[in-house]
Design a protein. Structure first.
Lengths: 360, 360
């Protein structure tokens, strides 16, 4: 066994973030960073630390009537010539640049600073440092924990520290993938009037996509924005054959006032006359800003709340009946980009907001 | 090396055809069938046999003033659960069903029967059994032979034994392939309004294809029939990304009164506003029925002549100044179809017509 990497939780949040980024932790390769997080938390006597795969859970048990989950994933998308971390400037401010700075070790650094630095919070806390958020659901640490130890996810409110420019992003849109299939009849292209060209028939599918008008419902005062897009199209047999199949793979991002079943029904009706095969689906999450715990957090942050367009694990908390928001440092548009970075000011700001809200 | 498959040239043409069909010979995999053809012809002392890749050439040199090329390709389109050959009935007559029965091992069987059974023809003969007709020109055995040994293609007349229902089909339509490219701008599908979906833009390409009206000009008394078809469509980056490129590959079959340049100009104008990249082009062949050698063969067959819709290698002979026609067993409409078959009566009839015309 290799030696566990030391993390210095007394360091400044930016220095701690740099240490975290330099522990490479692409999905399925999180053991080293999970070991480091676990080892750093174990000496803290106000926390009960447990390990589940490469997911680390740390809880206070102070007997408060309210419990809050603060969660962040430890993994990153694949390395793209963007490690180790580099101190830099962007848009006139100090940033840390490198894989995972934005998505989402900035949030993980804040979590560790709060875990170590707020030993007597005014609410009980459950910190979830989890594995494999960037890949298939079956490996997702939060998904696995919801199955093996659902009690660990129980809370009155959850904060997911995904990048949101240090502003609350509430709810999230659902996502559904459907293959819409046009069928024809093969024929030699020299005598095309003997067959039916499936690609030509798929023109009607694209026409319907082009005629689509995005719905933009306002929910709890937040304006969502749906989207219906072809993400793949494939058809063809040979250079001299009319193809008999053409498949348009469509991604529907739907506002959280629709259920998955409603979203599927909508898409099937829109493409009536074509075969529709749902290949993937995940529900959205309502903002839930009417819940008391959510309201208080919004006030602590200063009142600004935006809708979340991308799907995030807040939907998993929603499904468990726990209102949840995204709140973390970094621009979500930079996630998964080679040049991702996080403004250090946002890291400090998130830490300060949480400290204040937790009464430290 | 595997053992060469025996072909029995003394067998009935239908039995010989069945042997040929059961040697799988999808394009680029013709070695086994070429070996078998070469081995069967080598013992025939009236023929000079040479091998060029997987193309086999067999010539008489009897000193006749006239030379005729009889040509057929050995390859087939990909297997589609239609091997081995099956004896069957269709439309009240005996047929052989299976991959290549129609396109065009029926013609190859006739060629082998004539090569073996007419040792003293009234015209000198050049038999060309060639490879890779069903794929890109660069692999076509006739194209390669025209470059390496053009003398082997010299003749006063050429008969290409492509399926034509045992009737002469004169001339052929040209073929052109063009990639029509729609471009957009990538964005995450959760925020699709930030990008431009290239697949959606390709809807306009399919709309123009659906609005296309085929031209049907009459040339030398024969009515041709043009066609414009998408044969491939491809676009997509990832399941959560708006794609920035979508390519529609289109095959234009044009009547022989248009040149290749005119055909290219027509297509480019039709898809104005999109990038167009010509990827393949071959000229048509005018019927050429005014040539004496063509007239004599038309009389021998009984006078019936139809226009040829499909591009065939008759255009290669036309380009060399050799008048050429298609004449072979099988319905050309069945070429490349899973259920292709050839009526055995047509195989026998083609053999008989050629025997008579060659004075046997």
């Amino acid at each position: 066994m290799t030696r566990v990497t030391d993390l210095d939780l007394s360091a400044d949040a930016a220095d701690l973030l740099e240490q975290l980024v330099d522990i490479e932790s692409v999905s399925k390769n999180e053991q080293r960073i999970a070991d480091a997080v676990q080892a750093a938390l174990l000496p803290l006597t106000h926390l009960t630390v447990t390990r589940h795969g490469n997911t680390v859970v740390a809880r206070t048990d102070l007997g408060h009537p309210e419990r809050v989950v603060i969660a962040g994933h430890l993994d990153t998308v694949p390395v793209n010539d963007n490690l180790p971390a580099v101190r830099d400037q962007a848009e006139g401010t100090d940033v840390l640049r490198g894989l995972g700075t934005c998505d989402m070790k900035g949030g993980v650094a804040v979590m560790l600073k709060i875990a170590a630095g707020v030993p007597a919070p005014n609410r009980d806390l459950t910190f979830l440092f989890y594995e494999s958020e960037e890949i298939e659901t079956e490996f997702n640490g939060l998904f696995l924990l919801a199955q093996s130890d659902p009690d660990l996810l129980r809370a009155d409110f959850a904060i997911l520290m995904e990048p949101s420019d240090a502003v609350i992003e509430a709810g999230c849109q659902g996502t559904l993938r459907v293959d819409v299939i046009a069928r024809g009849e093969r024929a030699h292209s020299a005598r095309s009037w003997k067959g039916v060209n499936a690609i030509h028939r798929a023109g009607e599918i694209l026409d319907r996509l082009n005629a689509y008008q995005a719905r933009m419902p306002v929910i709890d005062g937040l304006e969502y924005h749906e989207g219906l897009n072809a993400v793949f199209v494939n058809g063809g047999v040979a250079g001299n054959v009319l193809p008999d199949v053409c498949t348009v793979s469509i991604n529907f991002r739907f506002a959280p006032d629709r259920s998955e079943a409603e979203a599927a029904a909508y898409v099937k009706e829109l493409f009536a006359g074509f075969e529709c095969e749902i290949t993937d689906s995940a529900p959205g999450a309502l903002p839930g800003l009417d819940r008391p715990a959510a309201k208080e957090f919004v006030e602590a942050v200063g009142g600004e709340v935006n809708p979340k367009f991308g799907w995030t694990d807040v939907a998993r908390f929603s499904a468990l009946g726990v209102p949840a928001v995204n709140f973390g440092p970094g621009d979500p548009m930079l996630a998964h980009k080679q040049e991702e970075f996080v403004p250090l000011e946002q890291v400090y700001r998130c830490e300060a907001v949480l400290r204040t809200w937790l009464g430290a």
